[in-house]
Design a binder for this molecule. Structure first.
Ligand code: FES
Ligand SMILES: [Fe+2]
Length: 417
């Protein structure tokens, strides 16, 4: 069920204005419980959301629980090798069937009255139910959730009517295929988790710009200067772009060097010197580095709190190789993450003030507006997909004017009858 948009047409139009006239999201977007309820019910409970990796349930019988979406789920690899997802809710009196965070099982037995479900979710034992009316083991299995994988990433959608995952992603798949990236080869080397007192969209906006880098991340800014890079113009539910290494830097780590760690996907000098940054709607953040892939996932717990899992992945053949060490990259990102989450918590506190209405974008924040437009278009739910400005174009009036003219010609907006 679609509930009413949480913002008026006038409020949405302010965000959708051309870049130099646009405002940020209104303060309510970060604090209001009804706005959050809209986002949860219409986005997190309907869109495809990544909740893990293939490697989290690698063989038949292995399973993991997931509560990040705000619903208790269990993902299990069934005997036929196929991953399946279910609500982790016993159909008798609603008890959580699986208690362990992850493990291996031949069947699931509810800890309360011992109803038993097989790995396909089918109810196979429920004592003293043989004389019930309108009851069968076939119809009282665990409630299934849609699951699909893309290159090792495990996605679920709680909406039975959602389009297929590949349809949902539009050009996300082709974009990465164009770089010959095979994410299915990745394995998690380490995870960092943060409990942040800020709205999930503030976390995404922070990730979308490097305007703050000179002051907040002096080390990062030395490795990748904040004003070098460009954005992509996707058709699908994602945004992205790249940044460029300074002379003498090879990767994002404490000393900026790879120390012999092999390149992952880069096949030419241009790629070797870039970091690619993406957000796949709503909350899968992916950074492709020369020698590793980093993901951040921002899991909202209401409007004012976000749990962030930051995973560092490397090629599966690198894991266990003597001397292979990602601690320099891990420490770099732990430092960077903490610097970010410090300022986003300050922002959350300030935007809560009755004095705050909505801010303006500097010409270094085109990519923040790109994210906010994804948000605003979904608040509006009117079928319009707002056009985005590019980083270099908003910093250069001539290029922006040329682009604006091209967009207007394409849409026919400047044609006279
Ligand atoms: S609640 Fe699960 S068997 Fe009773
Ligand atoms: Fe940052």
């Amino acid at each position: 069920m679609t509930v009413r948009a949480p913002f008026s047409r006038e409020e949405i139009e302010l965000i959708r204005r051309p870049f130099r006239a646009a405002t940020l999201l209104p303060g309510r977007a970060y604090h209001d419980e009804t706005v959050w309820a809209f986002e949860r019910d219409n986005w997190f409970f309907r869109d495809w959301v990544c909740i893990g990796r293939d490697e989290d349930a690698p063989e038949p019988g292995t399973f993991f629980r997931s509560g990040e979406l705000g619903e208790p789920l269990v993902v299990v690899r069934a005997r036929d090798g196929v991953l399946r997802a279910f609500y982790n809710v016993c159909q008798h009196r609603g008890t959580a069937v699986v208690e362990e965070q992850c493990g291996k099982a031949v069947r699931f037995q509810c800890p309360y009255h011992a109803w038993i479900y097989d790995l396909d979710g089918k109810l196979i034992r429920a004592k003293h139910t043989e004389d019930l009316d309108d009851f069968s083991f076939e119809t009282f299995g665990l409630r299934a959730v849609r699951l699909a994988t893309w290159q090792g990433f495990v996605f679920v959608s709680l909406d039975p009517a959602a389009p297929e995952l590949e349809t949902y992603m539009v050009d996300w798949h082709d974009h990465h295929a164009g770089f010959n990236r095979d994410y299915s080869r990745l394995r998690r080397a380490t995870r960092m988790t943060y409990d942040v007192a800020a709205n999930w969209k503030i976390v995404a906006e922070n990730y979308s710009e490097c305007y703050h880098c000179p002051g907040v991340h002096p080390l990062l800014n030395k490795l990748t200067p904040y004003d070098l890079g460009e954005d992509f113009f996707p058709e699908g539910p994602w945004k992205g772009g790249w940044m460029v290494f300074s002379e003498g830097c090879e990767t994002m780590s404490m000393d900026g060097l790879r120390h012999g760690r092999p390149l992952l996907y880069a096949t030419n000098e241009i790629d070797e010197r870039r970091i690619y940054y993406y957000i796949l709607w709503p909350n899968l953040i992916v950074s492709v580095h020369p020698d590793y892939v980093l993901t951040h996932q921002a899991w909202p717990d209401g409007p004012n709190r976000t749990i962030i899992n930051c995973d560092l992945f490397v090629d599966k053949d690198s894991i266990g190789v003597p001397g292979f060490d990602v601690s320099g990259a891990r420490d770099f990102w732990d430092l960077t993450n903490r610097q970010d989450y410090h300022v986003v918590e300050l922002q959350q506190a300030g935007t809560r003030s009755r004095s705050w209405v909505a801010g303006r974008y500097s010409n270094q924040e085109a990519s923040v507006q790109a994210f906010d437009l994804m948000v605003a278009d979904r608040y509006a739910n009117d079928g319009i997909r707002s056009d985005r400005a590019a980083r270099t174009e908003v910093a250069n009036p001539d290029r922006l004017a040329a682009r604006t003219a091209r967009v207007a010609a394409r849409s026919g907006a400047d044609r006279r009858p």
